[in-house]
Ligand binder design. Sequence first.
Ligand code: SF4
Length: 331
Amino acid sequence: MTKALALTSGGLDSILAAKLIEQQGIDVTAVCFKSAFFGSKNAENMARQIGLKLIVVDFTEEHLEMTKKPKNGYGKNMNPCIDCHAMMFRHAGRMLKELEADFLVTGEVLNQRPMSQNRRALDIVLEESGFRDKILRPLCALNLPETEMEKNGLVDRSKLMSISGKSRKIQMELAKTLGIKDYPSPAGGCLLTEPQFSDRLRDLYDHGKHAVTPHDIELLKLGRHFRLSPASKAVSTRTFDEYTVLKDLIKEDYITFDTTEHHGSTVVLISNNGQNPTEEDKKIAAGIAGRYSKGREIEKVVVKYKKGSETEYSFLEIKPMTDEEIKQYLL
Ligand code: SF4
């Protein structure tokens, strides 16, 4: 029996592509990737909903390294979509042999995204994946040259589609026909497509990208972020839930700041590569803790601080920062 591996994010297009191929009597297994910037939840939900076998591949380390210097550059934000797609295909391509599958399926649609899904970008992905002759794009296949799978009869080209462009009308109609109801919003990309997250990531990479780890990326996902100096940054929690996540991410060289008498945000001061923060950095971090506390209107608040798991606190009496002052540091 012919077998295919369908790359899926859990988004509608990738699910439709897998379903179209399954309808040709081909055995389809879905493959989903997870990294520091995106997870597998949508794919798991969709696979359950439509009864597809799913393999989840965690390529966090390799993907993170690629985002530091993507060969084909970034999209509108910090999203290196061309390299990301090529990396996914490379991985999935290597799985073909082991899983005795014949080819790969993807939900890409020609010209759906101006930078990463134009004809040139689709060709680069084919080339750089290393599996050029094993990749089928069922939703837009009729706009592309015939693939090996179609030529050798594994796939019936007449049952493939010619979707092109941004409109999702055809996909939505097809979803209805196939009984697919709950699918994620089509506009979504991963965290790397979000402007604010991208600003934070760009700042992190500008201040020593080689040392950035998945742990640093987890920190970027919560709170407010501030660049205090080339060597230091601060993160301030907005909610108790963020605090519970943050406290598990605190390392021995982070300095934690809390106001003593006024309920408010916890601030952590983080230095690049084990450098020591200056006294000025500490004052700014304490001023941020004051600003995001119930004592923000008071002339001076007392802020306690300690390094890592130390139990002894030091104290600073400080004027809470104003919004105007804080703006210059906010990422
Ligand atoms: S949106 Fe994110 S997950 Fe999707 S291809 Fe681009 S970088 Fe990769």
